[in-house]
Write a protein that binds this ligand. Structure first.
Ligand SMILES: [Zn+2]
Length: 438
């Protein structure tokens, strides 16, 4: 018998591999944080002697969700201002509140709250786009999660830095500090076409090449943005970014609504990734991302919740369901984004977009053991013809039972193991009081 750290067995294993298999009565063997085998449970039990054997029964194991776009610290602004269009929401509510409150402790506390929520929703990796990236990174490391942390670059002064160049300088320092870190990738997060002029964008492209890192940016969030840019610069945002040399396989375009056929060709031609955030787009009445059309052109589309101030949760299971049903309505085709592809969008596609797919995104031998278990044993999941269908169309995040990152258990029977839930709740209440009474 081979000695290993952990053997996790479940009724179903959905590895999200190339052939989109669903494996019955399977186990995932983990040693030193790596998946070393995915095999039938009866075989695994005679092959491995595990320090910890976890038998989950009527549950499904899937790769941990990869939430490819959000603003974690904004969890502290959850529900602060709702039912508004994007520019009113930003100009009159979000930006003034950020000016007043955002600093190191806000970012550390908000990111910790978001991390706890994400772990309890089955997310093991997320992408963040905010200020004070080292404070965010510390909370990510404390939680045991993985994150791509895109530091914001924007034309106007923020609490973090006063010029675009200063944003870049501070970001480069953070990048240097976290270089080679197994759980944190620091990278560039220029805010949006309407808040970033050409000079910082060109500098970011050069630096991204030099440091071999990605770039994430909000693009085509609304028709208003596209019209405004056409009027101001005479070109559509995607074309402008293409002409500046920004687009490419290391470029992550968030939102992507209001797309023309030429826009889609530009995205496909350059190998740019698209981060689809359906619930934020719906709530802010921003527009629709034509997911089916993009996928037909071979474009990699991943999923993101966006920040809790515009969603208002960080629930990838809910986001996946919204994406799956919205894709059908938008394309007027009920066959668009079938359930298994929706799970792929929330896992392996995200890993590809974040250039992390050699290590995470599927349950396959050699990958890091980032695993989410979902309970399908209760009444609301009966009867089960197809666990994939239930996960996408008939499950809620309360069914997320156990979560591992690097083989380390972060959620055990719905209890957080790395973070103090009571302290996080108390801290969030204190922030609410401060913000409301200001
Ligand atoms: Zn966003």
């Amino acid at each position: 018998m081979q000695k290993i750290d952990t053997l996790i067995s479940a009724r179903w294993v959905i590895p999200v591999n190339e052939s989109r298999e669903v494996l019955d009565y399977y186990s995932v063997a983990v040693d030193k944080g790596i998946i070393i085998a995915v095999m039938p449970t009866n075989e695994a039990k005679t092959t491995f002697e595990a320090d910890e054997a976890v038998d989950l029964g009527e549950q499904a194991l899937i790769p941990g969700f990869i939430n490819t776009h959000g603003h974690a610290a904004m969890a502290l602004f959850r529900g602060m201002s709702d039912d508004l269009a994007l520019m009113t929401w930003l100009n009159d509510h979000v930006w003034p509140a950020e000016g007043k409150w955002v600093g190191e402790s806000f970012v550390a506390d908000g990111t910790r709250l978001a991390a706890a929520e994400m772990i309890r929703s089955g997310t093991t990796t997320f992408s963040d786009n905010y200020f004070f990236p080292e404070s965010a990174a510390q909370s990510v490391v404390d939680a045991g999660l993985r994150a791509q942390i895109c530091f914001s670059v924007i034309d106007f002064p923020t609490n973090w830095a006063s010029t675009p160049d200063e944003h870049i300088e501070l970001g480069l320092k953070a990048m240097q500090r976290y270089q080679g870190h197994s759980h944190v990738k620091m990278t560039f997060g220029p805010h949006a076409p309407y808040t970033c002029s050409d000079a910082p964008l060109l500098r970011i492209r050069e630096l991204a090449n030099e440091h071999n890192v990605t770039i994430q940016m909000h693009i085509h969030e609304t028709q208003v943005e596209v019209d405004g840019e056409l009027e101001k610069r005479g070109s559509r945002p995607i074309r402008r970014l293409k002409e500046l040399g920004l687009l490419g396989p290391d470029f992550q375009a968030v939102h992507m609504t209001a797309l023309s056929d030429e826009d889609i060709d530009d995205i496909a031609e350059t190998g740019t990734h698209v981060m689809h955030c359906p619930e934020s787009n719906l709530k802010l009445a921003s527009g629709f991302c034509p997911v089916d059309k993009l996928q037909q052109k071979g474009i990699n589309v991943s999923l993101g919740t966006d920040g809790a101030a515009s969603n208002n949760d960080l629930d990838m299971l809910g986001e996946m369901r919204t994406a799956a049903i919205l894709a059908k309505a938008v394309s007027q085709n009920a066959e668009a984004l079938p359930a298994h592809e929706a799970i792929a969008m929330a896992t392996i596609n995200g890993a590809k977009a974040l250039a992390w797919d050699k290590e995470i995104g599927s349950l396959e031998v050699g990958k890091r053991a980032d695993i989410t278990a979902i309970a399908l044993d209760d009444l609301e999941s009966q009867p089960i013809f197809d666990p994939v269908s239930h996960i996408v169309y008939a499950s809620t995040r309360n069914q997320i039972s156990n979560v591992w990152v690097d083989g380390k258990q972060l959620l055990k029977d719905r209890e957080l193991t790395t973070l103090d839930k009571a302290a996080i709740i108390e801290n969030a209440k204190q922030w609410r009081e401060k913000i409301q009474n200001s």
